[in-house]
Design a protein around this ligand. Structure first.
Ligand SMILES: Cc1cc2nc3c(=O)[nH]c(=O)nc-3n(C[C@H](O)[C@H](O)[C@H](O)COP(=O)(O)O)c2cc1C
Length: 176
């Protein structure tokens, strides 16, 4: 699959099959996460891999099922964490976003669905993760990405339906 095809066919997947994610696949996803650019090459991210279903369900309950239901059936979640000590200024916020999207795209190409569970800048969600995982003060929860083989993979690699991907009114040439 070409990169552009992965980008254009990716969509949030919130329901997963029982098939576990193989360790070598996880390694590829983690590598993709750390392959992205980072401000001043500080690589100011950490990834916390959670595969224990009781922990995933606990996180879902504490964060709230309205937004965190993908955690209930995910085979795995990766917490993307910023490292304030490593970061140049506050660029961990940007670097972690790039890492997260790289992992989502890598997973998609490998046939694995993913969903971003927003964390930063929501103080409540950040606090919950800090407490569950006893994170040091300089480690800031940025996002949670859930992963799993899709429960229904019928349209997994098809272009998204609905509104067109490219919204012309958001494209500005030479001037606003
Ligand atoms: C910063 C961010 C936070 C998000 N938070 C959630 C979330 O808490 N729960 C959820 O189910 N989806 C979440 N999403 C996924 C979006 O709802 C989804 O990307 C958007 O509706 C577009 O759909 P698509 O990913 O299928 O293109 C989040 C996405 C981003 C980028």
């Amino acid at each position: 699959m070409k990169t552009i095809e992965a980008i254009l066919t990716r969509k949030s997947v919130r329901e997963y099959s029982d098939k576990p994610i193989e360790e070598e696949v996880l390694q590829t996803i983690l590598k993709a996460g750390q392959a992205g650019p980072s401000a001043r090459n500080r690589r100011d991210w950490h990834f916390l891999v959670v595969q224990d279903s009781a922990t995933l369900k606990n996180m879902a309950g504490l964060i709230g099922l309205l937004v965190a239901s993908p955690l209930l059936h995910a085979k795995m979640a990766i917490l993307v964490l910023g490292d304030e000590k490593l970061s140049a200024d506050d660029f961990w916020k940007v670097d972690c976003s790039i890492a997260a999207q790289n992992m989502i795209l890598a997973a998609h190409e490998l046939g694995i669905g993913a969903c971003w569970i927003g964390t930063f800048p929501k103080e409540g969600k950040m606090k919950i993760q800090k407490e569950i995982f006893h994170l040091p003060n300089h480690i800031i929860p940025h996002s949670i990405i859930t992963f799993g083989y899709p429960k229904d993979d019928t349209n997994f690699f098809s272009v998204k339906e609905g509104k067109p991907i490219l919204e012309e009114d958001k494209i500005h040439r030479e001037k606003w």
